[in-house]
Ligand binder design. Structure first.
Ligand code: G1P
Length: 273
């Protein structure tokens, strides 16, 4: 039912400099697969077919990754190495990739609004590739897409974090609907220490209804002088139709060096080996 998945991928990845000086942070590999490919795998597993990527300057290798490389394929054709291309070949065959460039970095809300031209007037998913989510049975986006079918509302994935880490995230407050689902009543982007409405942090998986675009067009810059998706979602929540979902699975913050190393060790032990 949800066909499109938006990947904001225009950021600089400054925490990984100098590695990200000329390489997009989304191309950093966890073992042998770039971060963004994990996100695309998750979207495909959730039945999505259109990957809409918001890129920026110097991100050509993202587009090359999701395209054929005839020379390489010719070179390794028929050798044992060919199997290493199985996943990416399948990805390229089962999804369409479209790109738009975000010319100025004005925040996540602005990046999502930039993607409007690719998404159009339909509900869509958003994946922040920095947040690597792993769940063997059913990926987080598939869990959320199933909920969307039932509720037809925007949905944010949330996770409990220690109180001294809430300032790094969008944080929600809500009324419980079930054990793992809430109706959002409040939402704050990166609250100051000690002021968070709960310890439920938004992680980088969203399902958004398309009215979010009109709201984003009228959302003033917020925290850090940037247009925040969290502020737009709070506006959308006024009609009672934003849900927060405590997902099943493990999430790694690959935007930090520590999280990146943890994800690498986990994937090496549990997936690669
Ligand atoms: C963004 C969002 C924030 C969310 C986080 C999840 O922040 O603005 O609400 O909690 O992603 O990773 P960023 O990490 O881009 O600063």
């Amino acid at each position: 039912m949800i066909k499109k998945c938006l990947f904001p991928a225009a950021g600089y990845g400054t925490r990984f400099l100098p590695a990200t000086k000329s390489m997009p942070k989304e191309m950093m590999p966890i073992v042998n697969k770039p971060l963004i490919e994990y996100g695309v795998d998750e979207a495909i597993q959730a039945g999505m077919t259109d990957m809409c990527i918001v890129t920026g300057r110097g991100k050509h290798s993202l587009m090359d990754h999701f395209d054929k490389n005839y020379e390489l394929e010719h070179q390794i054709s028929g050798t044992s190495k060919e199997a290493l291309l199985d996943n990416i070949r399948e990805v390229i065959d089962s999804a369409n990739f479209t790109y738009i460039r975000q010319r100025e970095m004005k925040g996540l809300g602005h990046a999502i609004l930039t993607g409007k031209h690719l998404v159009g007037d339909e509900p869509f998913a958003v994946v922040l590739a920095d947040d690597l989510c792993i769940n063997k049975e059913q990926g987080v986006l598939a869990q959320m897409a199933a909920l969307y079918k039932q509720f037809r509302c925007s949905i944010v994935a949330v996770e409990e974090v220690p109180a001294d880490e809430t300032h790094k995230y969008g944080v929600i407050a809500g009324e419980s609907l079930t054990d793992n689902l809430m109706r959002v009543t409040d939402m704050v982007e990166k609250p100051e220490q000690g002021t968070a409405p709960s310890n439920l942090a938004i992680i980088g998986r969203y399902i958004l209804t398309p009215d979010i675009f009109d709201i984003l067009e009228n959302t003033e810059p917020g925290k850090g002088g940037e247009v925040q998706i969290t502020d737009a979602l709070l506006e959308q929540a006024k009609n009672g139709c934003v849900l927060a979902y405590k997902f099943k699975g493990t999430r790694f913050d690959c935007g930090s060096v520590e999280g990146f190393i943890e994800a690498t060790n986990y994937c090496y032990e549990n997936i690669y080996k």
